[in-house]
Design a protein around this ligand. Structure first.
Ligand code: NAD
Length: 361
């Protein structure tokens, strides 16, 4: 088989080590010569921000963080950065804190360092997202890629098991969608498959021992690989659907990804040469979908979109928006009928192996 592809690797430093966030951050701030640091950190993920920043001088603390970054929230964060002559942003928290920092970098060009406390993976992508009038817009710009990521699994010990599971499956969704994203290539596939392996090994350890560092380390490592492969492969069918569910229906990001994933996997799996065997091997099973479902059962993962407030009335809107945004390169043709069947199954938590029965191809 001949290989023919274009691959872009995004430039970023990764500093990884349990208990090392404060010292790694201080060294990085010094290396960059930053003098006016703004810390963006909201929600419970930000509760460790004081500890992480104890060795640096912080000029501004910004704690207004809202999931999917409403434009008014972005505007206030940008004003705070420019009014205070900030030269470096440090985001500490989940994807919402990192997303707020990205919104500032996007318009001001101020660089950022990310200290993630979930497995969402925003820290390793050049993708930004903003929400206005119930519509989430995403875009790609290298300005928003944090120059450095500092991983410290001790900061994730406080992430409740349920949220760890949902967030870890959000990471796993990045890996899976990377296998058929619009710019999928053998390099990002290699990282995606290793990301699946690490997450499939790490997440059950977190459920068994939420305070154990090895499982948390594996999940962060897997989340990073997931995000790098996703950033390179581009947003595929799964992400396009979930962005609509999050942006228009305000469903919780990680739980939505965790719920929709088996349905999109079932939809595309057999249309991508090699995907079945490689993903199955990463799950340690003979069949990728069975591997994912066994993992989800073990983790007691989110099951149905109706549990998060979504109703059948929303399906036509999602279908309309998704048909306009799912890449034409998706390995299986997406139609209003098969997408409605997929969303109805995800709404109800139905068996992902049967929802396409009877739907015209
Ligand atoms: P989040 O940042 O909103 O965090 C989820 C919840 O977990 C919050 O209540 C938060 O306070 C809490 N939390 C975070 N870390 C914690 C910790 N260590 N201990 C206790 N509680 C903690 O959600 P998320 O799932 O991390 O990120 C979702 C957002 O990130 C969405 O807006 C999504 O679109 C975006 N995202 C963007 C990209 C990208 O590439 N641009 C990738 C992934 C996610």
């Amino acid at each position: 088989m001949s290989l023919d592809f274009h691959h872009v690797t995004l430039g970023q430093r990764v500093l990884f080590g349990a208990g090392r966030a404060a010292s790694n951050l201080a060294a990085e701030v010094e290396r960059l010569g930053a003098e006016r640091v703004m810390v963006i950190s909201g929600g419970r993920g930000g509760s460790s921000a004081r500890e992480v920043t104890e060795l640096i001088h912080v000029a501004v603390w910004h704690s207004e963080v809202v999931m999917h970054v409403p434009v008014e929230v972005a505007k206030r964060a940008r004003a705070s950065a420019t009014d205070n002559n900030i030269d470096l942003i440090v985001s500490i928290g989940g994807g919402s804190s990192i997303g707020t920092a990205k919104a500032v970098s996007l318009t001001t060009g101020i660089p950022s360092i990310a200290v993630p406390t979930t497995y969402a993976g925003s820290e390793a992508t050049n993708v930004w997202g903003l929400t206005e009038d119930d519509l989430k817009t995403t875009g790609v710009d290298d300005k928003v890629l944090p120059i450095t990521v500092i991983y410290d699994s001790q900061l994730t010990l406080s992430l409740p098991v349920e949220m760890s599971v949902a967030s870890g499956l959000n990471g796993l969704a990045h890996c899976v969608d990377s296998l058929w994203g619009p710019k999928a290539d053998p390099i990002n596939a290699a990282m995606a498959v290793e990301g699946i392996r690490a997450l499939a090994e790490g997440l059950p350890q977190i459920v068994r021992d939420p305070q154990g560092i090895p499982g948390r380390d594996l999940a962060l490592y897997g989340a990073y690989l997931a995000a790098v492969s996703f950033a390179s492969a581009g947003s595929g069918m799964h992400h396009k659907i979930c962005h609509i569910l999050g942006g228009t229906f305000n469903l919780p990001h990680a739980q939505t990804h965790a719920t929709v994933l088996p349905y999109v996997l079932a939809f595309n799996l057999n249309e991508v040469p090699g995907a079945q065997s490689r993903m199955a091997a990463a799950f340690g099973t003979d069949n990728a979908l069975e591997g994912l479902q066994a993992l989800r059962k073990l983790l007691d993962a989110p099951k149905a979109l109706k549990d998060y407030g979504f109703t059948a009335a929303g399906i036509p809107t999602v279908v309309e928006q998704a048909l306009a945004t799912i890449p034409a390169s998706n390995p299986r043709e997406v139609t209003a009928d098969n997408l409605t069947a997929l969303l109805t199954a995800a709404l109800n938590g139905a068996d992902p192996t049967t929802f396409l029965a009877g739907v015209a191809e």
